[in-house]
Design a protein around this ligand. Structure first.
Ligand SMILES: [Zn+2]
Length: 354
C-alpha cells in the first residue's frame, strides 16, 4: 500500500538551506522584510502598467484576460518585474535576511477574480525569480547571505466557515480545492528559486492545513524537504484566529509540519500582538517569528506608526526573549525594517523550550 505523503516525508532529506538558517538563527535574531503592497502603492501604477496594455507575457506563454488588472499586485512580477525587484532590493539593503516573494494571491483560487487562473505557474516562477535576483544582488554588494521565502497567502475563501449566514453548512472552497491550488503555486515558487515556503496570514487553520498537506506532496515529488514558515493572524481582541483558535491551539494544529518557524503576522499592530506572540513563544518547540502591521489601520485604511514606534515594540519582543525572526507586515517600509533590525540587534535570539 502506498504510504501517505506525511509519512513518506520522514525519509526525505532536508534542503541544505535548513542547516544554514538554523546556524544563523542560533547566532542572532533574523530579519524578514516589510510590506510589498505598501511600497507598490507609492508607485501610482495605472491599469496599463498592471496589464502591460493587455500584453501579459510570462516565461512560458502570453496570457489574455478581459478583466481589469489594476490592484492585482501579484501580476507585477510579469508586467513590472524591475519595479518589484527594486522594492525587494530596498528591503534587503535595509537589513532583511529573508525576502518574501510578491505572490500572496498567486493561487488559481485568488486569481480567479482577475481571470488569470492559467497564469499561476508563470506568476509563481517569476515571483521567485524576481526576489532571487534582488537577494543575489544584495548579497553580492555586502556579502551577507539572503534567503527567498515563497509567500503563500490564505486565499480569499475559507474552508471552515460559511460565507452565507442563512446556510451555515455551505463552503465556498474545499480542502482538496485548496490543496491542489497551493501545490501548483508552491511547485512554481520552488522552481523559481525559493529557499523557504512561507504560509502566512492564516485566518482559517483548515486552509493552512491544506497548504501544509500540499507542501508535503510537493516535497515528496521533488525528493527534498524545503523549510516551512507558518504564520497565523489574530483577528480580534479575544485573541483568536477567525476560525476561533487561541495561539496555543493554533500551534498544536500545525506542529505536525515541523516548521522552521511558527508565528503571527498582520491584523494587529505590535502592541496588541504582544500577548499572543508571548503565548506562542511559551508553547512552540520551534523558532518563533513575528511581523506585525505598522499599528492598527486608520480611518483611510493606512498605517500611521513611524519606524521608531514599530521598532520600539518589536525590540521589546526581542529584549523579552519572545522571538527568533522579526519583520513587518502592512504599512511597513524599508525604514521600518532598518529600525527593527537595529532594535533587535543587541538581543540574543529566543531559546526554544525543551
Ligand atoms: Zn498585514
Amino acid at each position: 500500500m502506498e504510504k501517505p505523503p506525511l509519512m513518506k516525508d520522514l525519509t526525505l532529506s532536508a534542503s541544505p538551506v535548513l542547516d544554514e538558517l538554523r546556524a544563523l538563527a542560533a547566532e542572532r535574531i533574523l530579519v524578514l522584510d516589510g510590506a510589498m503592497g505598501t511600497m507598490i502603492q507609492t508607485l501610482g501604477l495605472t491599469e496599463e502598467d498592471y496589464s502591460a496594455n493587455g500584453h501579459i507575457h510570462g516565461p512560458g506563454c502570453r496570457h489574455h484576460t478581459d478583466h481589469p488588472q489594476q490592484g492585482n499586485n501579484d501580476l507585477l512580477v510579469l508586467t513590472k518585474p524591475d519595479a518589484i525587484e527594486d522594492i525587494h532590493y530596498q528591503f534587503a539593503m535595509a537589513g532583511a535576511d529573508i525576502l518574501e516573494t510578491n505572490t500572496f494571491s498567486g493561487t488559481t483560487i485568488a486569481q480567479a477574480d482577475y481571470g488569470l487562473e492559467g497564469a499561476i505557474h508563470d506568476l509563481s516562477v517569476a515571483g521567485a525569480q524576481v526576489a532571487r535576483r534582488a537577494a543575489d544582488r544584495a548579497q553580492a554588494s555586502d556579502g551577507k547571505r539572503r534567503f527567498v521565502a515563497g509567500a503563500v497567502g490564505p486565499t480569499n475563501r475559507t474552508a471552515s466557515i460559511s460565507p452565507d449566514v442563512n446556510d451555515p453548512g455551505f463552503r465556498a472552497v474545499t480542502f482538496d480545492d485548496l490543496r491542489r491550488a497551493y501545490g501548483q503555486q508552491m511547485e512554481g515558487l520552488i522552481e523559481g528559486g525559493a529557499d523557504i515556503i512561507l504560509i502566512e496570514t492564516i485566518f482559517d487553520t483548515l486552509n493552512a492545513k491544506a497548504a501544509i498537506f500540499a507542501a508535503f506532496e510537493v516535497f515528496d515529488k521533488i525528493g527534498q524537504r524545503v523549510p516551512l514558515m507558518i504564520s497565523g493572524t489574530i483577528t480580534d481582541a479575544s485573541g483568536r484566529t477567525l476560525s476561533g483558535q487561541t495561539p496555543t491551539a493554533f500551534w498544536h494544529s500545525v506542529s505536525h509540519a515541523r516548521p522552521f518557524t511558527v508565528g503571527l503576522n498582520c491584523a494587529l499592530g505590535a502592541e496588541a500582538m504582544r500577548p499572543h506572540i508571548a503565548e506562542l513563544a511559551g508553547v512552540a518547540d520551534t523558532l518563533t517569528c513575528a511581523y506585525p502591521n505598522a499599528g492598527l489601520p486608520n480611518a483611510f485604511g493606512g498605517y500611521d506608526e513611524t519606524p521608531e514606534q514599530t521598532a520600539a515594540q518589536v525590540g521589546g519582543f526581542a529584549r523579552d526573549g519572545l522571538v527568533n525572526v522579526v519583520g513587518g507586515c502592512c504599512g511597513t517600509t524599508p525604514d521600518h525594517i532598518r529600525a527593527i533590525a537595529e532594535a533587535v540587534a543587541p538581543f540574543a535570539p529566543r531559546a526554544v523550550p525543551a
